[in-house]
Design a protein around this ligand. Structure first.
Ligand code: HEM
Length: 408
């Protein structure tokens, strides 16, 4: 009896602390066996056209998993009065959403209604790493897509100004350890950062010094030349000199005081994280092993409920679209003129939007208050610049392609 109850207790504990229990390796083996190669092709084609795509997909997956779990909530569009995660301040610089939308279309035509957008994003993040010369891994599958996406919740994403205890807390809240923090921060081996993300370190750092003393003087000078007090729209720098290739340069740079963000530099502020960063700086192999382990852990934070048809719209929105289409077509069948149909259609649509508005008013207000607070601080003057980088802006000049040819 005692053994039995100990066993039941163990099961109960495991069900609470094992985030990935519902995911499995062969989830689509019968229902959509080719899904991974379809997604890989979509990512590969997009990355061949635009070298910024792999970094974008890796960051997008991280931002998805940290809010409501990996449920593709980051992919949903704002609608009516609801401002979605996508349009929250830390996400306005996300880009490459079209890659996931295109992959989903191809997957839907092969296996309709089977594969979640959250799984497609997890595959795409893995493919992005492989295409950049990094490791591959078996992505656990079976995530579901969420219905809710609130810009106000993006405040929960870790900020580049975070110190080590804030970072530790942010990761621990998602069941991720200090080792996960150090390994996943290695994602900063890829991509680009806008000036706004590190400007606080090179201008007006505090009341006694203009520049963060933990930045190497020559690096600070370079950053200041790219990001003067009033910098050009979309100005910024590559995350590291080999920013299209997945390597361990990021950790080497931290020890040379050439980390971009305070949150990168903070990895040197606790003995445990400093030792791990040092291990990864001296061995790419140790880094990639740890990165794979932590990516699987992070991407197993689940949270959704359904499989969406379109990655940027939830079922409610789709129903609204279908209803609008039906009403529009019905109007013509009733023999009314275009002007009459358009007029009554407009009225009905307003009614539907008002219902949506009521539901989302409270979180919208919180978000607007936050935005006002940010703006009245006088910082972030180039937040607006980020919007133009979404999907088609050429935000950065990256060095020649180093896409992993074998994967193409
Ligand atoms: C530890 C906490 C983290 C903080 C505070 C942080 C913060 C940031 C910031 C501020 C940017 C620059 C955004 C911009 O200015 O456009 C950035 C870029 C990026 N981050 Fe992180 N990040 C963190 C963790 C991660 C993780 C865990 C990953 C992936 C595993 C990741 C992957 C990336 C990538 C790939 C980029 C470049 C994106 C692009 O070029 O489009 N980051 N991050």
């Amino acid at each position: 009896m005692a053994i039995m109850s100990a066993f039941l207790c163990l099961l109960l504990i495991l069900s609470f602390f094992s985030p990935g229990t519902s995911l499995s390796s062969n989830y689509y083996a019968k229902t959509c066996p080719n899904v991974e190669s379809l997604v890989r092709r979509a990512v590969r084609d997009a990355a061949t056209n635009d070298k910024k795509v792999p970094a974008a997909l890796l960051r997008m997956h991280f931002h998805d998993c940290f809010i409501r779990g990996c449920d593709a909530s980051v992919l949903l569009n704002s609608n009516g009065k609801n401002t979605a995660e996508k349009d929250g301040p830390p996400n306005v610089s996300l880009h490459g959403f079209y890659v996931i939308d295109n992959a989903k279309k191809v997957v839907e035509s092969a296996c309709p209604g089977i594969v979640s957008c959250a799984d497609i994003l997890a595959f795409a993040a893995r493919d992005a790493v492989v295409l950049s010369g990094g490791p591959s891994w078996d992505v656990p599958k079976g995530r579901k897509d969420g219905r809710t996406s609130k810009a106000s919740e993006t405040i929960q994403l870790p900020a580049p100004t975070f110190n080590i205890s804030q970072l530790q807390q942010s990761f621990a809240q998602r069941g991720l350890s200090l080792e996960d923090l150090v390994a996943l921060s290695g994602g900063h081996t890829l991509g680009f950062s806008h000036c706004s993300s590190f400007k606080n370190r090179i201008h007006n750092f505090n009341s006694t010094t203009d520049i963060d003393p933990s930045i190497h003087p020559s690096f600070a000078a370079t950053l200041r030349s790219v990001c003067p007090v009033k910098n050009a729209k979309n100005a910024g720098v590559a995350m590291d000199p080999s920013s299209t290739s997945f390597d361990n340069t990021y950790y080497k740079l931290i020890f040379q005081q050439k980390a971009l963000f305070s949150s990168d530099n903070a990895l040197l502020d606790s003995p445990k994280t400093k030792n791990l960063a040092s291990k990864f700086a001296s061995s790419k192999d140790e880094f990639t092993k740890a990165f794979v382990k932590s990516m699987i852990k992070m991407s197993s934070i689940t949270g959704g409920q359904e499989v969406r048809k379109d990655c940027d719209k939830n079922e409610g929105e789709r129903r609204k679209d279908r209803r609008s289409d039906r009403m529009f077509n019905q109007g013509f069948r009733d023999g009314r003129s275009y002007a009459q149909v358009a007029k009554s259609f407009g009225k009905e649509n307003t009614k539907m939007n008002q219902n949506e508005e009521k539901k989302d008013w409270s979180s919208e207000k919180i978000y607007n208050d936050k935005e006002k607070a940010i703006n009245s601080d006088g910082g972030e003057e180039d937040v607006g610049d980020h919007t133009s980088s979404k999907d088609n802006g050429n935000i950065c000049k990256m060095e020649a392609s180093s896409l992993n040819e074998e994967y193409l």
